[in-house]
Write a protein that binds this ligand. Structure first.
Ligand SMILES: Nc1ncnc2c1ncn2[C@@H]1O[C@H](COP(=O)(O)OP(=O)(O)OP(=O)(O)O)[C@@H](O)[C@H]1O
Length: 634
């Protein structure tokens, strides 16, 4: 492959980068890029990956590691890189979540841990509830109250942030002067590692993170191998980094030749409750001698929405700089408004009617819209769905739990993507893009090198043969028995062993099993409600359904129109006026919209005394409130 000279390299898929982005792209040392919503941070990472790979700055035997916080964010970034670079280069871009990456280290190098910290093989991944932490602290209080400083240490601990802050900011094996703290830390970890005779270890992701950090810090061989494989590391949404994750990054790549690029927006810091550290950018810039760059364009939202976003941004940070937008408005009338309704029927009826009419007049699709809520999407689902149905529209709760995952995460899994593409072709969809992606994925699965023409042809032949068998099966009508056969045949064709060998995140542990079980459950649910394979696929993919999700799940996504429901004291029960995380959450929701943002207030759902800030800010930004007259709704 011929490399492009770095001075001749041009971005792909977009017209250009803004001047600061060009500088940040070309800088050889570690950098931080701080920019507002829609500034193109994810796009910047994709372009930088293409630049490093296409110019050979990241040589053929090396890889780029991109670390994200959520599975779908890792997938969005990987997809973007796939679009921006030739396939053979894109495969050297490894996009993983922090959790998957640290788990991978523990799974591969378990034996590098001292026996007392070595988990069983396999081990279970668990989550520590607040109650479990409180019980643990209670037990320690009773059992070890004689240990100097232990009671004081317990008194300083908040069970909610125990794992993220207390455990995450301390290192395994490093003697702390405070014996009480050390006892708590060691006992918390050792209870998880040694659960008694024959029982598998029960590790939380924070414990896995601490074990991985220990391996990297204490084992030169592992650390050197990691650094040699990844001369470039990217971290997206850096404002959400927890103490543990930051410490892991520092041990793995700090003070080394590896160049680390982090991007994020502190105004979108909405994971403080989950332990995101407030000083992540400053700490990173100090530890990695990183230069900071700011991006000043918004490529997503219309000028009117960018202006409103700026009013909210100023409430979060008085010194925030105004950004320009490269977009034009495509709608007439208001870009944003508040609609006031008295009861939930009134609200749902108005919104359904408005969406249906807007979709028709602007020829948009259901997935151009999204309904965002602070929490409990199921509380909004039934009412809104029943009114949308009157217009032939459907709503899909994408945050719904399926087994041990959520629908949104499940749909972003490699397993699900392969499965869905096979289903599409099995249904006889003639789609060159789907075929190309599938055939590339299957080549990857079967470990075929691009130079091996014979093997490539064989893989393609087998894929074509399988598709024709699948077509035959799917020509029959959809019945539970037939569907079961289709499911089993596809999973056998994909081959779970090949999946494990191909995707590092599936290589060890039970991630693949968790997703397979959830996939089967979701598949069966869709089969049970549909009468034909065509309808089934539509249901499965949610193509014609308006997504409903929590704001947290909407991070990184964008929609033409967002409808923000439940801005009231009940849904925002923990919000206190001026609370910056609450304002940031509001900001994230608003900034997902490209053209329109609708804020729906329903009196029956709750008062708006505690959340009066939000309405005052919207008013200051000139957003009008309209009372929906009963006559407007059917
Ligand atoms: N340089 C550019 N030129 C044109 N369009 C761009 C450019 N950079 C990004 N975009 C487009 O702008 C939109 C927002 O980009 P992206 O998702 O990368 O922003 P972001 O900064 O990561 O956003 P957020 O923090 O809000 O999730 C996308 O549709 C992307 O394709």
């Amino acid at each position: 492959m011929k490399f492009i000279q770095s001075e001749h390299w041009q971005p792909q898929g977009i017209d250009d980068l803004e001047p600061n982005a060009w500088q940040a792209l070309r800088r050889r040392e570690s950098i931080s890029v701080i920019a507002g919503p829609g500034a193109g941070k994810t796009e910047f990472l994709a372009q930088k990956a293409a630049y490093l790979l296409e110019t050979g700055l990241c040589p053929p035997n090396k890889k780029i590691l991109a670390i994200s916080f959520k599975t779908d964010a890792a997938k969005i970034l990987a997809d973007r890189v796939e679009k921006r670079c030739p396939e053979e280069l894109g495969s050297r871009f490894v996009s993983m979540t922090f959790d998957a990456f640290s788990k991978n280290i523990v799974d591969r190098f378990r034996m590098a841990l001292p026996p007392q910290w070595r988990p069983t093989k396999p081990y279970d991944v668990t989550f520590a509830t607040r109650q479990q932490i409180t019980c643990f602290l209670g037990r320690e209080r009773q059992k070890n109250s004689h240990i100097s400083g232990l009671l004081n240490a317990i008194a300083r601990i908040n069970p909610i942030t125990f794992e993220s802050t207390f455990v995450g900011s301390r290192r395994l094996g490093l003697a702390s002067n405070d014996i009480g703290e050390r006892t708590l830390y060691d006992n918390w970890l050792s209870e998880q590692v040694s659960c008694g005779d024959e029982e598998p270890s029960q590790l939380t992701f924070m414990t896995i993170n601490r074990l991985a950090e220990y391996i990297i810090r204490t084992n030169d061989h592992v650390r050197r191998a990691l650094r040699a494989t990844y001369p470039y590391v990217f971290v997206d949404e850096f404002q959400d980094t927890t103490y543990g994750q930051y410490d892991f990054l520092l041990s793995a790549f700090g003070y080394s030749e590896t160049t680390v690029t982090v991007v994020g927006d502190y105004k979108q810091r909405i994971m403080g409750w989950a332990g995101a550290r407030g000083d992540a950018f400053h700490q990173f810039e100090a530890d990695f001698s990183a230069q900071r760059y700011s991006l000043l364009l918004n490529h997503r939202s219309s000028p009117e929405l960018v202006r409103i976003q700026h009013v909210i941004a100023q409430a979060i940070d008085h010194e925030v700089r105004e950004v320009q937008t490269s977009n034009h408005s495509q709608v007439s009338g208001d870009a944003a408004w508040i609609c006031f309704s008295r009861n939930v029927d009134h609200e749902a009826s108005y919104l359904a009617q408005w969406i249906a009419s807007d979709m028709r007049s602007r020829s948009l699709n259901p997935r151009d819209y999204s309904v965002l809520v602070r929490q409990r999407p199921e509380d909004y689902e039934e009412q809104l769905s029943s009114y949308l149905t009157q217009y032939g529209l459907r709503l899909r709760n994408e945050s719904v739990k399926i087994g041990k995952t959520t629908l949104q995460d499940l749909l972003a899994e490699e397993l699900t993507i392969l499965f869905t593409n096979l289903l599409r072709l099995g249904l006889g969809h003639r789609n060159a893009q789907v075929w190309n992606q599938l055939s590339a994925d299957v080549q990857l699965l079967r470990n075929t090198t691009p130079e091996d023409d014979k093997a490539l042809r064989q893989v393609e032949r087998r894929l074509a043969l399988f598709i024709s068998e699948l077509k035959e099966l799917m020509r029959q009508s959809l019945t539970p028995d037939n569907a079961r056969l289709v499911f089993e045949r596809i999973i056998t064709f994909i081959d779970l062993n090949d999946l494990r060998k191909t995707f590092a995140r599936y290589a060890t542990g039970d991630l693949l099993e968790i997703n397979l079980t959830a996939l089967e459950e979701f598949f069966t649910n869709c089969v049970d409600t549909q009468s034909s394979w065509e309808n089934f696929l539509e249901e499965f993919e949610g193509t014609n359904q308006i997504p409903l999700m929590t704001i947290h799940k909407s991070k990184g996504l964008e929609f033409d129109t967002t409808i923000f429901m439940g801005i009231d004291d009940n849904a925002w029960w923990s919000y206190r006026p001026g609370d910056s995380e609450g304002l940031s959450t509001f900001f994230v929701a608003l900034s997902r919209a490209k053209q329109r943002a609708i804020f729906s207030y329903c009196q029956q759902r709750g008062q708006r005394a505690n959340v009066a800030d939000f309405y005052a800010l919207l008013e200051a930004a000139g957003v009008q409130e309209y009372v929906i007259p009963p006559s407007v709704v059917s």
